[in-house]
Design a protein around this ligand. Structure first.
Ligand code: GDP
Ligand code: MG
Length: 185
C-alpha cells in the first residue's frame, strides 16, 4: 500500500538525505555520504494539521504509514525515476539556496512528474530551498524560490537541515496536503 509514499528528488548534495534524517531521527551529519536509494517507513500519528488556515480533523487513534523514498538525485537510470514517480503520491523537490543550478536541474524532474501523473491537481508538490543557514553563499533569494514554485504550482518553503529550521513544518505541510487528498478521494 503506497497511499502515503513521499519521494524526495533533487541534485546531489542539496541535502535530501539530511532533511529526511533530521525529520525521522533528529540527527545531522556534516560529512557527505552519497545515497543510492533509501527507503524509510514510519508510522505517523494522525493529528490535526493546518493547511492554508484549513483545519483537517483526523481520528486521533489512527496512524498512517508514511513511506519516504530518498533518491540518489542524479539518475543514470531514468526508468528508476519514472518508477518512483509512478509509485509516489507526494513529491519533495529540493534545491540548495547556494546553487542556482540545483534549482534549474529540478525542471526536468517536474516535467516528468507532470507527464507521468497527467495532472498535478491531486499531487502534493513541495519545492524546498535547503541550506538557508548559509547566508554568505546564498545564490537565490526567497522570492526567486517562491516565483519558481508559483510557476510549478507547488508549495514552497526554505529549510535548513543543519540548523533544524522548518524541517518539521515541511513534512507537516506535505502530510496535510496528502491527508486532505486521501480524505477527499
Ligand atoms: P543529498 O545528496 O541531497 O542527499 O545531500 P546530503 O543530505 O547528503 O548533504 C550533502 C552535504 O550538505 C552534507 O555535507 C551535509 O552535511 C550538507 N548539508 C545538508 N543540509 C544542510 C543544510 O541545511 N545546511 C548546510 N550548511 N549544510 C547542509
Ligand atoms: Mg542523499
Amino acid at each position: 500500500d503506497s497511499e502515503y509514499r513521499v519521494v524526495v528528488f533533487g541534485a546531489g548534495r542539496v541535502g535530501k538525505s539530511s532533511l529526511v534524517l533530521r525529520f525521522l531521527k533528529d540527527t545531522f551529519c556534516e560529512s557527505y555520504v552519497p545515497t543510492v536509494e533509501d527507503f524509510y517507513c514510519q508510522n505517523v500519528e494522525f493529528v490535526s494539521y493546518t493547511l492554508d488556515g484549513q483545519l483537517i480533523l483526523c481520528n486521533k487513534n489512527s496512524v498512517c504509514n508514511l513511506q519516504i523514498v530518498d533518491t540518489a538525485g542524479s539518475y543514470s537510470f531514468p526508468a528508476m525515476q519514472r518508477l518512483n514517480i509512478a509509485k509516489g503520491r507526494a513529491f519533495i523537490m529540493v534545491y540548495s539556496v547556494t546553487s542556482r543550478q540545483t534549482l534549474e536541474q529540478l525542471e526536468s524532474t517536474w516535467q516528468t512528474i507532470r507527464e507521468i501523473k497527467g495532472s498535478l491537481d491531486n499531487v502534493p508538490l513541495m519545492l524546498v530551498g535547503n541550506k538557508c543557514d548559509e547566508m554568505e553563499a546564498r545564490e537565490l533569494t526567497v522570492e526567486e524560490g517562491k516565483e519558481q514554485a508559483r510557476h510549478w504550482s507547488s508549495s514552497f518553503i526554505e529549510t535548513s537541515a543543519k540548523a533544524n529550521y522548518n524541517v518539521k513544518k515541511l513534512f507537516r505541510m506535505l502530510l496535510a496536503c496528502l491527508l486532505a487528498m486521501v480524505i477527499a478521494n
